[in-house]
Design a protein around this ligand. Structure first.
Ligand code: PEP
Ligand code: MG
Length: 372
């Protein structure tokens, strides 16, 4: 944990009065949100809701929801998840005490929710060999077929983010309902974020689902919730079509983890731990693209997205929530592109506050040397 001595607090106070960008944290539950506030986070820039679904107690329901062979069964599972999601969001809103909270709708690598295919295969083979329990065999075979159908060669490039929201709108409807119920309860103003958008039509489709739920919850509870809807910019096509997307968005959050994966064509699950190690400087991580924003690559897409988005909507709020948001040099890059906030893990917040102050001073100095 960072040392939070009175002297360090004083230094952070000076940094806070110097920096221009806000510093938020990535947090997925009430405890992390409270930690984030302790470290000085001014909001949550990214709440990844998939982690909530991975709670072992919920996995069986989540599986039933994903593997359901009818809409009715899926809705039954979702109805079981609704009160849990509502509780998740209430805890986070409470911990944040009115600070902004960006909740991202489900963005699962789908395979992480599925039962293990190898185990299922063994069960099916055993049932076939013993020849008893034919109903059980039929049931297992059906499950195996469903798993095979959802299995993907590249799940990180597959059926995730808003793509799942498009094929299973009832999942996002449940999450939106939980957000509005929780926000109504604790008077929060949620920022709802759509993952993996690559075209404005995807955002439009998901927005329609969210707005319908907002109206329904307001009608049924009589409580009005103020909210905004924005999108992740995390695939090149989104950055390149940012002007059109901005028409439909209140904010953009650059997801530089996926943006790096898709810009470089590096697998984010493999590259860092494997071949990248052979040519990344381990001491400084200077050239690790998953840490450093690079003017020539991902950074250029951030610049295009920010510029084109703001050109149609000057008030568009812009932030970054990938790993880069906690790296001092990347934070400097964000300052040069005039982003509104960076968001990083709670433990990196104090360092990010200092880095944002230094970036503001340096950027000001750079402008004075080279007036534009
Ligand atoms: C990102 O892609 O940069 C991001 C913040 O989302 P995730 O890491 O959850 O994919
Ligand atoms: Mg992402």
């Amino acid at each position: 944990e960072p040392e939070m001595s009175p002297t360090f607090q004083l230094l952070l106070g000076w940094a806070d009065s110097t920096r221009r960008m806000n510093v938020r944290a990535n947090a997925d539950n009430g405890a992390d949100a409270a930690k984030a506030v302790e470290f000085g986070a001014e909001g949550i820039g990214l709440c990844r809701t998939e982690h909530m679904f991975m709670d072992p107690a919920r996995i069986p329901v989540v599986r039933r929801m994903i593997l359901a062979d009818s809409k009715r069964k899926r809705e039954e599972a979702l109805a079981e998840l609704l009160p849990m999601q509502r509780q998740d969001f209430e805890e986070i809103f409470e911990a944040m005490e009115g600070r902004p909270v960006t909740i991202r709708l489900l963005d699962p690598p789908l395979h992480e929710f599925l039962p293990d295919k190898e185990e299922l295969l063994i069960e099916v083979t055993t049932l076939e060999l013993t020849g008893d329990a034919p109903e059980k065999l039929a049931e297992k075979k059906q499950l195996l077929d469903a798993v095979k159908h959802l299995e993907e060669a590249n799940p990180m490039l597959g059926h995730r983010g808003c793509r799942l929201g498009m094929t299973h709108p009832e999942i996002y409807a449940m999450q939106a309902e939980a957000i509005f119920l929780a926000a109504g309860q604790v008077h929060a103003k949620p920022e709802i974020m759509v993952p993996l958008v690559s075209h404005v039509n995807e955002l439009k489709a998901v927005k329609a689902v969210i707005e319908r739920e907002a109206e329904r919850v307001q009608r049924e509870t009589g409580v009005h919730v103020d909210y905004t809807i924005g999108t992740m910019i995390e695939v090149p096509r989104a950055a390149l079509t940012a002007a059109a997307i901005a028409e439909e968005a209140d904010f953009f959050s650059f997801g530089t983890n996926d943006l790096t994966q898709t810009t470089f064509g590096f697998s984010r699950d493999d590259a860092e731990g494997k071949f990248l190690r052979q040519y990344v400087d381990q001491e400084t991580l200077e050239y690790n693209p998953f840490v450093r924003l690079d003017e020539e690559g991902v950074g250029r897409l951030v610049e295009i997205g920010a510029h084109d988005g703001r050109s149609v909507k000057p008030e568009l709020k812009l932030g970054i929530c990938g790993e880069h948001g906690g790296n001092a040099k990347s934070i400097h890059f964000c300052e040069t592109k005039q982003l509104d906030y960076v968001s990083c893990s709670p433990f990196r917040v104090p360092a990010a506050r200092l880095a944002a102050a230094q970036a503001a001073i340096m950027h000001q100095a750079e402008k004075e040397v080279q007036p534009s």
